[in-house]
Write a protein that binds this ligand. Structure first.
Ligand SMILES: NC(=O)c1ccc[n+]([C@@H]2O[C@H](COP(=O)([O-])OP(=O)(O)OC[C@H]3O[C@@H](n4cnc5c(N)ncnc54)[C@H](O)[C@@H]3O)[C@@H](O)[C@H]2O)c1
Length: 313
């Protein structure tokens, strides 16, 4: 049966794909987004749209729409911005989430699924990262993402909210913002399409756990469909568990765009961990979810999107 579902950040990269899938599956959907990086045209036309900031005044949306469940994707997503402006990061990511939670409590929302991040772990040495490990976030972004997991736990014990925190690894796919600092697939694609040579830092042998956005969407839907009431610790890695080097990503982006451009080689960037890998066994065992898209399949779908968008009309 269709539910009433609200997506914060639903004009952004991941949130808009979640909203599209919810609409397709027959749910009633509303989106809250302040369009700071999101785009109005990415919100599905069938969804109600509220141009609001999560740090104030989301009551209007929740009162008007009365969702049963909320996907909370809206955030300040830049690690370096979080280090330069920790107050702003905490205002959006922590205070914004608390404001949203308070509003959810008042309007009777039963379930909230939160976009957490691998950044919550910080640079732990033992890989793959598992939920039982003690997070030691170093970036202000990692701290703010992690803090909200605790507020969710508090909301659950205080007023019975059913919740999940999904710690995404490195997500890529169509609609990712190529102008940010994260999202190397989008950045490389955009640079190559603009005739620029991408820079690969630190020898290109750093590895990340890349996950295609459709697999992150299906994880969110699996969390919605799974009964998590009474779960002792509903914090889950959402990842592929497959390491891919930056050099390999560059090769695949180049191939997808039929380019022969050579990358510029840059030095190590301070603060970049060499390897990041997450084990998603806990989420798989509970929900039956598994990622279906390898980088070899997901990369061409992503470069096709950027190539199509760059085509003169
Ligand atoms: N992309 C990744 O690799 C990745 C990895 C781990 C976690 N995440 C998390 O996933 C979520 C979605 O990230 P994304 O990559 O789609 O980023 P995004 O920037 O495309 O989406 C975020 C959306 O939130 C909106 N927003 C920002 N501040 C807001 C505010 N104060 N009020 C209302 N709306 C606001 C933006 O306009 C944007 O549409 C974020 O919570 C992010 O921390 C992303």
């Amino acid at each position: 049966m269709g539910r009433r579902v609200l997506v914060t950040g639903g004009a952004g990269f991941i949130g808009s794909h979640i909203a599209d899938t919810l609409v397709r599956d027959g749910h009633e959907v509303a989106v809250v987004d302040n369009l700071s990086s999101g785009k109005r045209e990415q919100v599905p036309p069938e969804a109600r749209f509220f141009e609001l900031d999560i740090t104030a005044g989301v009551d209007a949306a929740l009162e008007a729409f009365r969702p049963d469940a909320v996907f909370h994707e809206a955030a300040q997503i830049s690690v370096s911005a979080s280090m330069k402006q920790p107050e702003f990061d905490a205002r959006v990511n922590v205070l914004g989430s608390i404001h949203l939670l308070e509003t959810c409590r008042r309007s009777g929302v039963k379930k909230l699924i939160y976009a957490s991040s691998a950044a919550a772990y910080g640079p732990l040495e033992t890989l793959p990262l598992r939920e039982a490990m003690r997070p030691m976030p170093l970036s202000c972004y990692g701290i703010s993402k992690y803090a909200v997991e605790h507020y969710l736990r508090a909301a659950s014990s205080q007023w019975g909210l059913e919740w999940a925190a999904l710690r995404y690894s490195n997500v890529y796919g169509p609609r990712q913002d190529p102008h940010g600092e994260a999202g190397v697939v989008a950045i490389f694609s955009q640079q190559i399409l603009e005739g620029k040579a991408p820079t690969i830092f630190g020898g290109g042998e750093l590895t990340r756990d890349y996950i295609f956005v459709a697999d992150v969407v299906s994880a969110n839907l699996a969390a919605l469909e799974t009964d998590l009431r009474g779960h002792p610790d509903p914090v889950f890695n959402v990842s592929t568990g497959v390491p891919t080097t930056t050099n390999r990503i560059f090769e695949l982006v180049r191939k997808g765009l039929r380019s022969t451009v050579e990358a510029v080689r840059g030095p190590d960037r301070p603060g970049d961990v060499r390897h990041s890998l997450l084990d998603s066994a806990k989420f798989r065992a509970l929900t039956g979810w598994s990622p279906r898209t390898s980088v070899e399949d997901g990369l061409p779908r992503t470069t096709d999107f950027f190539a199509e968008r760059a085509r003169p009309r």
